[in-house]
Design a binder for this molecule. Structure first.
Ligand code: GTP
Ligand code: MG
Length: 294
């Protein structure tokens, strides 16, 4: 054992689509949480644990901060609140191409009391690299006392500078989790997320926002895992869109999701998808609980 061991909770916050989940995956070197080009992809607080001999960093990905429009949104913002309460360090992810005022808006509502690392993400989108220094300076001036860095979670630029910055203020403590744990969530959760991710990638307009996914059964057979999952939507018409012409869309969804699930589980998978219509599930406490949005 090294003489000094650091551990703590480093929780990731920011606006929808800023790249929080992509960042967590880059930090872990693994595709643990789902990402998509659409806003409001992440709906839960999801831990991703990074363990080394001298430290354990318990990261939490969180939903993008929004004004709640329905109960599902309220639940999502409760996940953000819980992460605000136990953070030892906050990572704020801000899309470098969006105005500083938007960040100020969410920061004012957060009342952060812990050290903060501000990551200006998507720095790859700044064509003229000479512009980056002045942008960092602008944020340094607006948020005195914070560490500010320009990074690209997607291109993995400056990602290796994040852990050293965290270790400068991570508490000295023994590890919170066994050294082989990756997350606080069970395999079934990640399987349902991988299906939901493909809904975000394949469908447009309201479909992703009206859909929930729940794994009904998961049987480990000798040669493969047999997984049955349900996709819940709010209207019959959405069911039709999900199916597509002659079932072509849901077939594609199954193929894409299965590929990613197999990669995640490192096992062959047989995936069966069912669609259920549950009007207004996003505003119904019982359904929200049933679908894992406690
Ligand atoms: N160009 C560029 N795109 C990025 C970068 N990081 C993330 N993205 C893209 O931005 C989009 C949103 O990324 P996510 O990681 O899902 O964003 P998020 O902040 O977790 O979003 P929510 O969960 O909806 O709050 C995806 O299409 C990513 O591929 C980056 O460094 N550069
Ligand atoms: Mg996310």
């Amino acid at each position: 054992m090294p003489d000094k061991h650091q551990s703590g909770f480093v929780n990731i916050f920011g606006q929808p689509n800023a790249g929080k989940s992509t960042l967590l995956n880059a930090l872990l070197g693994e595709n643990l949480v789902i990402t998509s080009p659409k806003v409001q992809t992440t709906r839960h607080r999801i831990m991703g644990i990074l363990t080394e001999a001298a430290y354990q960093i318990v990261f939490s990905d969180t939903p993008g901060i929004i004004d709640p429009q329905y109960k599902l949104h309220q639940k999502m913002m409760q996940h953000v609140k819980s992460a605000l309460e136990d953070a030892d360090i906050a990572i704020l992810v801000h899309d470098i191409t969006t105005p500083i005022e938007e960040l100020q808006g969410i920061v004012n509502g957060m009342k952060l009391k812990v050290p903060c690392l501000l990551l200006l993400n998507k720095a790859d989108l700044v064509k003229d690299k000479k512009e980056i220094e002045p942008i960092i300076k602008k944020y340094n001036d607006a948020f005195p006392g914070w560490d500010v860095m320009a990074v690209s979670a997607q291109k993995k630029t400056n990602i290796d500078k994040i852990v050293p910055a965290i270790l400068r203020s991570l508490p000295e403590a023994p590890p919170y989790y066994p050294d082989d744990s990756m997350s606080d969530r069970p395999v079934r959760f990640f399987v349902s997320e991988l299906i939901r991710e493909q809904i975000y990638h394949l469908y447009h307009e309201e479909i992703p926002y009206h859909a929930a996914v729940i794994v009904q059964s998961f049987e480990e057979k000798e040669k493969l895992d047999v997984i049955k999952a349900e996709i819940i939507v709010t209207r019959e018409t959405q069911k039709g869109i999900l199916l597509g012409k002659g079932g072509s869309m849901i077939k594609q969804l199954g193929i894409n999701a299965r590929k990613n699930i197999e990669e995640f589980l490192q096992r062959k998978v047989h995936l069966e998808l069912f669609i259920k219509v549950r009007p207004k599930w996003r505003d119904n406490d019982n359904y929200l609980r049933e679908y894992g949005y406690n």
